[in-house]
Write a protein that binds this ligand. Structure first.
Ligand code: B12
Ligand code: SF4
Length: 485
């Protein structure tokens, strides 16, 4: 009977129907879990990974899928590791339950952003034996090495006393890995690399893949849910190994760097850009950055190394709101970063949040005015969401201000907390109007049409245009009359 040391499972995820992202319907491999898989495999443990989004996208089909492909073939594992973010935590628990039913002897471990922050609640679930809080590589290795659980840092587990009652043991935190070059490249051979799909804004019609080159961020935004509290980075040489593998072995031509702040170290990015220019001149890429980490020279270097698109988390233009969410950037920095990005020939997407603490109808109107003045190439609007792990989440939960009743509701389509100045309907209505004011504006449509002379843009404009029209059409009623500001 084939037995793996560990089978990792990523539950399926589809965006909620009412979000703009749903229209793009993009998905990438579970990066963190593929890194843990590579790490423990390097230490000689046998590993398998089920990414449900490609293997079994319908959650309710999982019992059949697992039975036919694993249980009936006698394939099992000593450990099952399941990952989860907040809106899919119940899916992860259901998968845990189904695995437990078909393999009662299994040890089932939960990890990832939501379990890290809500371990104390989740550990009570009967399907779960232990929860890994924070980085998974070293903690999982120690589990596989059969170290005594009470000595494994970063672990919360159940233990049964002599009276048969369970009690909980929460071990000290796991220290964050300082040198990320010690982690091997994600185990790409365990996923079907070509089955994934890039988001519309960066869909160039070429094979694309996500890459993460650092962990953590210097920002301390009060709404942000973070697994990594310190910043750790991979060196340009280590990143190049991954880019070369993706380019040559898997035919990938576009990378979406998903670091929280890709440009956190200027020197590292300049070094990486030099290497990309020399070794992979055909590669194009996009990234996320903070406006206070870029300058004209850096952006020029990024452009000549294939950078096509940068997204800045601006969140709001009102200085009072910015202070309340602890964004720690100024409106002047926003304007200089966006101007410098466009001057370098890189497209710029600005992300705003609506329904922030301190937000009023006036601040929303002010934001719409500032967007018209700033003229970014693309706009993203999110509804303010303090997720578990965010400093504001804990504070507001204790004060009873979180209104969402189910974890599935943390899907960015509706407010999850009460707002003193705005009703949920008003927030949703302004959210749609901000999108409509930007994307249905003649300036935006004209600029997109100008890009049609570049062949590479056709696929992107097709996918992006289709997504936008479908989004507006689905929300037409509220857009036309509901919650009129
Ligand atoms: C890339 C990314 C995506 C990608 C790909 C997701 C994927 N398939 O992995 C896309 C764009 C599709 C995406 C979508 C979403 N994302 Co996202 N995403 C990220 C991002 C930017 C990087 C993730 C990453 O690879 N990090 C690097 C790796 C190394 O870290 P990691 O994944 O946390 O894994 C480590 C540990 O958590 C732990 N671990 C993780 N899983 C497991 C499992 C086991 C068994 C063990 C032991 C350990 C373990 O060990 C890993 C290695 O040390 C993070 C922010 C961030 N910087 O992490 C947000 C983040 C993970 N996303 C988040 C959210 C909310 C979402 C969405 C729900 C948003 C939405 N409504 O669309 C969806 C959910 C999609 C999904 N299937 O999970 C939140 C989660 C917060 C929370 N409290 O749960 C984050 C933290 C962003 C944030 N600050 O709000 N996302
Ligand atoms: S919102 Fe962005 S800048 Fe702020 S802490 Fe999170 S990742 Fe960092």
């Amino acid at each position: 009977m084939p037995e793996y040391d560990v089978i990792f499972i990523a539950p399926p995820f589809r965006q909620g129907n009412e979000t703009m992202w749903k229209q793009f319907d993009y998905f990438f491999p579970p990066y963190g879990m593929a890194q843990i898989a590579a790490y423990v495999r390097e230490k000689s443990y046998s590993v398998h990974l089920i990414d449900c989004i490609t293997a079994c996208p319908d959650l309710n089909d999982f019992p059949r899928y697992f039975r036919e492909n694993y249980t009936e073939k006698g394939i099992r594992a000593r450990f099952y590791g399941i990952t989860a973010v907040t809106p899919i935590i119940n899916h992860a628990l259901m998968i845990g339950q189904w695995v437990r039913e078909s393999d009662p002897a299994a040890t089932i471990i939960l990890g990832g952003p939501h379990p890290t922050h809500m371990a104390g609640e989740l550990i009570h679930h009967p399907a779960i034996d232990a929860i890994v809080m924070g980085e998974g590589e070293l903690t999982f290795l120690e589990l596989l090495e059969k170290q005594e659980w009470k000595n494994i840092h970063g672990l919360l587990f159940k233990t049964r006393g002599e009276d048969g009652q369970f009690s909980l043991v929460r071990n000290p935190e796991r220290e964050q890995i300082a040198d990320l070059d010690t982690i091997p490249l994600p185990a790409y051979d365990l996923v079907d690399v070509n089955a994934y799909k890039a988001p519309g804004y960066s869909h160039r019609g070429v094979p694309s893949m996500s890459v993460v080159t650092s962990r953590g961020c210097t920002g301390r935004c009060s709404f942000c849910s973070k697994v990594f509290h310190k910043v750790s980075m991979r060196s340009p040489g280590h990143i190049m190994e991954e880019l070369r593998l993706l380019y040559h072995q898997y035919g990938i031509r576009q990378i979406i760097f998903y670091d929280d702040t890709f440009t956190i170290s200027r020197e590292r990015i300049i070094g990486l850009c030099e290497r990309i220019r020399e070794e992979l001149p055909g590669l194009v890429w996009t990234c996320f950055a903070r406006v206070d980490t870029v300058d004209a020279e850096l952006l020029k270097s990024m452009k000549t190394a294939g950078c096509e698109h940068v997204m800045y988390g601006v969140e709001n233009f009102d200085t009072n709101v910015l202070q309340m969410i602890r964004k720690n950037i100024s409106v002047d920095q926003v304007f200089s970063a966006v101007r410098a990005t466009q001057a370098a020939g890189i497209e710029c997407r600005v992300s705003l949040m609506i329904g922030n603490p301190g937000e009023t109808k006036d601040t929303i109107k002010y934001n719409m005015k500032m967007i018209r003045k700033l003229k970014p190439d693309y706009l993203q609007v999110l509804i303010f969401h303090p997720l578990p792990g965010a400093p504001l989440y804990q504070e507001w939960r204790e004060e009873g201000r979180i209104t969402a009743e189910r974890w599935e509701d943390f899907n960015f389509t509706r407010p999850v907390s009460e707002h003193p100045n705005l009703t949920p309907k008003q927030i949703r209505s302004y959210y749609l109007r901000m999108y409509a004011a930007f994307y249905l504006h003649p300036r935006f449509i004209f600029n997109e049409l100008l890009k049609l002379n570049r062949k590479a843009q056709w696929s992107r404009i097709y996918w992006g245009g289709r997504a936008l029209l479908s989004f507006f059409f689905k929300n037409l009623r509220l857009l036309m009359k509901g919650g009129k500001p």
